[in-house]
Design a protein around this ligand. Structure first.
Ligand SMILES: [Mn+2]
Length: 335
């Protein structure tokens, strides 16, 4: 019996018991967060449940406008709602703490949490934790969960799920992709064949400042021993060019860096506000460089091949801390 098969009836029992269910998007939501949040919303509404989806910390990127049901999202963050109004929180594609990064997320006694995620670094902490790292996306977990629940997958649900699955696997290119992922995607594509139009919207929606950001990021590269390369963009530079957080794409920069032969680990460091640096890490060699471990040493998390961390220091200091930690990791691993 798989974990999904084991937990599906238990999660369904919590859903049936609940009067009012809260869903959320994680900070800087990606299509797996939004797709899983909205797919779950459609399913629960289909069951006649009272459901609220909050946007969380971040604004919803305009290129996500195609997601069916996005217009029903409550444009509020955790601290702007009254948590006791809800008796069940379903945390998806995130940890409970990561429902918001701006405020502390403390669940009232009246509220139960169910955690559904595929991140190896998720500690759980819900009354039920459906955390299965064999899945490349939360949306793929939901496909199996909904089937266990005998939910019929509507075009709306299929649309939400396939976009999250596609993006979290890098277009079915990451090692996390399983043959089964393609089977699921095939089933979803048959239900909603127009999903390619949404992908076109998603990947042709760059802002002008976002292209400027890529230029700044790529012109700031520094190479370190052990095949590490770091791009670092300061808060001042962001301000000078009118670049907002939504215009930055740390993951894409790090992805580009590690695509070069000889650069094993690519890091994009961005000083999002003075003294607060966001780092995205990518590797072309996750056998030797387990980024979830590396990021974990600094309080971050993620997957073996892709991880992230925030360091609350000025940019140069933050980069130095990372480089030192990287060297420590190399020494430990004999690399
Ligand atoms: Mn995900």
């Amino acid at each position: 019996m798989t974990l999904v098969q084991e937990l599906a009836p238990k999660i369904l029992a919590e859903v049936e018991r609940a009067q009012s269910i809260l869903l959320h998007f994680h900070p800087s939501p990606d299509p797996d967060s939004v797709g899983s949040g909205l797919a779950m919303m459609h399913v629960l509404k289909g069951m006649g449940k009272k459901v609220t989806v909050i946007k969380g910390d971040s604004d919803i990127p305009s290129e996500f406008s195609f997601f069916p049901g996005i217009d029903q999202v409550l444009m509020k963050n955790w601290h702007e709602i009254t948590p006791v109004d809800y008796d069940l929180l379903i945390v998806q594609d995130a940890t409970i703490a990561r429902v918001s990064r701006i405020v502390d997320v403390t669940l009232p006694l009246e509220m139960k949490a169910v955690v559904i995620d595929h991140h190896v670094s998720n500690p759980g902490g819900g009354v039920i934790d459906l955390i299965d790292t064999a899945y490349p996306s939360t949306c793929e977990i939901l496909y199996d969960l909904f089937n266990e629940w005998k939910v019929s997958i509507t075009p709306e649900i299929a649309h939400c799920l396939i976009i999250g699955m596609y993006t979290d696997t890098g277009g079915f290119r990451h090692d996390s992709t399983r043959p089964y992922s393609l089977t699921v995607a095939g089933n979803l594509a048959a239900i909603y064949p127009q999903y390619t139009k949404s992908l076109a919207q998603l990947f042709n929606s760059h802002t002008k400042p976002s292209i400027l950001f890529q230029g700044l990021a790529l012109s700031s590269l520094k190479e370190y021993e052990g095949g590490l390369v770091v791009s670092a963009v300061s808060y001042d530079d962001l301000m000078k060019h009118g670049i907002t957080e939504n215009d930055t794409s740390a993951g894409d920069i790090a992805q580009t860096l590690k695509s070069a032969v000889g650069w094993n680990v690519g890091v994009s460091a961005i000083e999002m506000s003075p003294g607060k640096v966001k780092m995205s890490l990518r590797t072309r060699d996750s056998e030797n460089f387990d980024l979830s471990v590396l990021a974990g040493k600094l309080g971050g998390g993620g997957h073996k091949g892709a991880a992230g961390v925030y360091i609350e220091k000025p940019l140069a200091e933050a980069v130095q801390i990372f480089v030192d930690t990287f060297n420590m990791y190399r020494t430990e691993k004999g690399l």
